[in-house]
Write a protein that binds this ligand. Structure first.
Ligand code: HEC
Length: 184
């Protein structure tokens, strides 16, 4: 019995080692950290350079999917926008939703919850614009889903609308630029 409890105790030793102070060694190097002061007389955080300003427009805060649904697509679904959307879709969405948009991406196949079909070919889920306006797709990218991550940090708001236009015009074959208000 004693041997068993000793064995169990030893099993946990590596876990504890992770929490010991020297596990920070790699992080605490002599290198200068982001925004760290380089002036040894004024340690701490470096002051922001004069005239620096917070950047606007890198992230749109969408409250929830209901608010997103009613957003009007501000980017015309012209060829230029669709081409940009195609490029971004290939980078950010194909791993799960696949080139076809049906959810046959290599990463998607491994997920417990399969990525949903973004095309208009699935009889079970028609992309009726009254139910699923442009803002819905925008909202999904901004907020993410149960399994799907949010893309609000990786894609600017305009970029997300380009992807919406690509999904509408190419993957769903022509349902472009429909807002909830227009579809009513
Ligand atoms: C890591 C895998 C993954 C990536 C990458 C991904 N998705 Fe998804 N997506 C999912 C999954 C899984 C779902 C199913 C619902 C959920 O997770 O809540 C989904 C659902 C959706 C839905 C809702 C579909 C419906 O029928 O209601 C939309 C729209 C969507 N994704 C768009 C995108 C777009 C556009 C991109 C690229 C910017 C993207 N997704 C990238 C996994 C992913």
């Amino acid at each position: 019995m004693k041997k068993l409890s000793l064995a169990i105790t030893l099993m946990f030793v590596p876990c504890l080692a992770q929490a010991w102070p020297w596990s920070q060694d790699m992080a605490n190097q002599v290198s200068i950290k982001p925004q760290e002061s380089v002036d040894s007389t004024k340690p701490g955080m470096a002051p922001f350079p004069k005239r620096s300003q917070p950047v606007a427009g890198t992230m749109v805060f969408v409250k929830d999917q209901d608010a997103a649904r009613n957003m009007v697509n501000p980017v015309a679904a012209d060829d230029k926008s669709v081409a940009q959307g195609a490029r971004l879709y290939a980078i950010y969405c194909t791993p799960c939703h696949g080139k076809s948009g049906t959810g046959d991406g290599l990463v998607g196949e491994k997920l417990v919850m399969k990525p949903w079909d973004l095309t208009n070919t699935n009889q079970m889920h028609s992309w009726n614009p009254k139910e699923y306006p442009d803002g819905y797709i925008f909202g999904y990218m901004s907020l993410g889903g149960a399994v799907m991550p949010s893309y609000a940090n990786d894609l600017s708001a305009t970029e997300r609308w380009h992807v919406v236009n690509y999904v509408r015009r190419v993957l769903q074959k022509g349902q472009a630029g429909i807002t909830a208000a227009q579809a009513k």
